[in-house]
Write a protein that binds this ligand. Structure first.
Ligand code: MN
Length: 257
């Protein structure tokens, strides 16, 4: 059987990862390479300035002293006996919806797989949801991706609602509305500190979005593209280059010596 790589950002001992491995047990030869401790909201960080160790925790399960992206990079580029045909990251404890995907270690692991040209899926479960149910969704998605493949530079971000899912919807990312609330406090020594990320999240129109789908009890499947270039903007801004160069004092002058 082909090799599948499983990882997460909640750590190698997380319940969601065990549920994922249970659900995919018959889909391929599973290898788990996951952070030794929780790395939620670490984004797409890579560890380049200290050595990584992969410690076996049981057969084909390894704990790495790094980020989810480290785990995928290490596993795909040499640690596994062969190149995986699929990376599945999750099952995250909590949703990864809309703009929040950029902070997510779960989604970043799937991004790393995608950058290394391995089809990749991130799967997250809303708080209070049922892990075996999310596992069933993961299995369905994995089998489909193994048969169909994925478009170039594209990963799937899957979110499972807390209620028994009513079905599956293909969605787009929702967008947060930032109410701009930073909590400012004073510590016992009179110094000021701040808490960010507080307050109730608000969202723009939910129609067609991942947030809207899980809100209505559906699994949200969002294809994410890793070409971050805004090609339309590039075309719209094509007069910027000559204008900027005309104003740029340090532009090299052509000298005809
Ligand atoms: Mn997490």
């Amino acid at each position: 059987m082909a090799v599948l790589l499983l990882t997460n950002d909640d750590g190698v001992h997380a319940r969601g990862l065990a549920a994922l491995a249970d659900a995919l047990a018959d889909v391929g030869d599973l290898y788990v390479v996951a952070p030794e401790r929780e790395q939620s909201t670490c984004g797409h960080a890579l560890t380049l300035h200290r050595p990584l160790r992969a410690v076996p925790v049981r057969e084909r399960w390894y704990a790495v002293n790094g980020t989810p992206s480290d785990c995928v990079n290490l596993a795909v580029l040499g640690f596994l006996p062969e190149r995986p045909v699929l990376v599945v990251s999750g099952i995250n404890h909590g949703s990864n919806l809309g703009d929040d995907v950029t902070y997510s270690g779960t989604v970043s692991a799937a991004m790393e797989g995608t950058l290394l040209s391995v089809p990749s899926i991130a799967i997250s479960l809303m708080e209070g949801g049922d892990f075996p149910a999310a596992g069933e969704v993961a299995r369905l998605m994995a089998l489909r991706v193994l048969v169909e493949g994925l478009p170039r530079k594209t990963l799937l971000n899957v979110n499972v609602p807390a209620v028994p899912p009513r079905g599956i919807r293909m969605t787009r990312l929702g967008h947060r509305v930032y109410s701009g609330k930073v909590i400012e406090q004073t510590d016992p020594r009179g110094r000021t500190h701040y808490w960010i990320g507080g307050g109730e999240p608000e969202w723009e129109a939910l129609e067609g979005t991942d947030m809207g789908a899980v809100h209505e009890g559906y699994v949200a499947v969002t294809p994410l593209h890793l070409d971050l270039t805004n090609h339309r903007a590039m075309a719209q801004m094509n007069d910027w280059q000559p204008a900027l160069n005309a104003q740029f004092r340090h532009a090299p002058r052509i000298r005809d010596e």
